[in-house]
Every structure is written in structure tokens, then in C-alpha cells.
Design a protein around this ligand. Structure first.
Ligand code: NI
Length: 176
């Protein structure tokens, strides 16, 4: 397992369209282990393979929610390979999203509250579930990465430019 560097905007690789996984082999499972380790180290709650430079339709998510209210966060890694979503709800939810590829910047994004999802696990077995809450939001955010889309693309041009300006400013401050 390895912690890998995370690509940051405006790296053009983040705009690639990821291709479906066909081989459910040890290389895939190594990629997943590396993605999880990289996500936990960042730390983040979701990561798409393209964020570490691999244009494959692989996502990892772990909301790391406490088992009981006020308790310690518990790890619950989820892997989504070749995910698809359908039947999005008409109702939407606004969530203050962030992204490891747009570090330390946050903005409200509106997405369907619930979706049905189909995907494969790391052995290729088909899975299907209705998702809601943060998991639904997170899956939709991560699936955007597979199409080369970042959460800032959902913002108005003015808001997006503000976020990118703040990101540049933070980078300059770090470099100084
Ligand atoms: Ni992201």
C-alpha cells in the first residue's frame, strides 16, 4: 500500500473521462488499497482514481461516521467500480462540498437528495442500492470526477472564479 500524490486543479488530467474497469485482478485491488490509504491520509471522505492520475472508473468513499451520536468516527470503506446512477429524486439537497483536488475550498452545491446506484465491487460482483444523505451527495460528487467534472463546475462563473482566486492566494501564502 502507498500514499500517492493527489492531483490538484488546474491539472489537465482531472478533465479526462475515465474508462470502465474490465479486469478485476490484483492490480485493481492494489489500486483500491492505495486509494483508501491516500484518502485516509489526506484526510478526505471520497476519492476517484483520476485524482491520483489513474483514469479508471473506480471510487472509494468512507464517511467515517461515528457508530453512535457523539462517538468516535468509525471506518467503513466503500468501493464503487463502474458506478451508474439513475432515478434521481426531484427533491434536492444543498451541501457545502469540498474536494481534495481543490484543497481547503468549499461551496454549496445542489444535487438530487436520493439516487439509485448500480456498481461492481472489487471482485466484479454487481451491487445495487438506493442512497440518500451524505452518501448520495458524495457518490454524485465522486462520479463527476469520472467525467472530468469538479464541484466548482456546478457554481456560477463568479462564484467559481472567487474559489479559484482564494485557492491561488492560499498557494502563494504556502509558497512564501
Ligand atoms: Ni472531489
Amino acid at each position: 500500500m502507498a500514499i500517492l500524490p493527489i492531483l490538484e486543479t488546474p491539472d489537465p488530467r482531472l478533465r479526462l473521462i475515465s474508462t470502465p474497469v474490465e479486469a478485476f485482478d490484483d492490480d485493481l485491488r492494489t489500486l483500491i488499497a492505495d486509494m483508501l490509504e491516500t484518502m485516509y491520509d489526506a484526510p478526505g471522505i471520497g476519492l476517484a482514481a483520476i485524482q491520483i492520475g489513474v483514469p479508471k472508473r473506480v471510487l472509494v468513499i468512507d464517511l467515517q461516521e461515528p457508530a453512535e451520536e457523539g462517538g468516535e468516527p468509525v471506518r467503513n470503506p466503500r468501493v464503487f467500480i463502474n458506478p451508474e446512477i439513475f432515478d434521481p429524486s426531484a427533491g434536492t439537497t444543498l451541501y457545502n462540498e469540498g474536494c481534495l483536488s481543490v484543497p481547503d475550498q468549499y461551496a454549496d452545491v445542489e444535487r438530487p437528495t436520493t439516487v439509485r446506484a448500480r456498481w461492481q465491487d472489487e471482485y466484479g460482483a454487481p451491487q445495487e442500492a438506493e442512497l440518500d444523505g451524505l452518501l448520495a451527495t458524495c457518490l454524485q460528487h465522486e462520479m463527476d470526477h469520472l467525467e472530468g467534472v469538479l464541484f466548482i463546475d456546478h457554481l456560477s462563473r463568479l462564484k467559481r472564479e472567487m474559489v479559484l482566486k482564494k485557492l491561488e492566494k492560499a498557494r502563494r501564502a504556502r509558497a512564501a
